[in-house]
Design a protein around this ligand. Structure first.
Ligand code: FES
Length: 111
């Protein structure tokens, strides 16, 4: 599965979490600590939309019950016992790309 380009219109918004849909995948995007971070759109605790959350000390904070997740690893704070998915991003030729990984199905049947 390839890397997908994030449309440039999203790259100008650095002050808040955004909800994107690319190739049928919905995810959140935020600029934090000089990097673009792509992550799960829903909180694993009770499904709150993380697009309404905010960043604090390298964490995304859920707006419902304040669970927080590390924006590098996706791990919830100690005691939460949950995590969010972090999708790799990279900058290439002034374009920001996101990678969703490959499904078991595509790994089994490619080539
Ligand atoms: S739904 Fe996110 S902390 Fe409860």
């Amino acid at each position: 599965m390839p890397w997908y380009e994030i449309p440039v219109k999203y790259m100008s918004i650095r002050s808040r979490v955004q909800l994107l849909n690319i190739e049928g995948r919905s995810f959140c995007l935020v600029f934090n600590d000089d990097k673009w971070v792509a992550f799960s759109k829903s909180c694993p605790h009770a499904g709150a939309p993380l697009v309404d959350g905010w960043c604090e000390d390298g964490q995304i904070v859920c707006p419902f019950h304040r669970h927080s997740f590390d924006l590098k690893t996706g791990r919830g704070k100690l005691g939460q016992h949950n995590y969010i998915k972090i999708y790799p991003t990279k900058i290439e030729a002034d374009r920001c790309l996101v990678y969703f990984g490959s499904s078991l199905w595509s790994r089994l049947f490619s080539k």
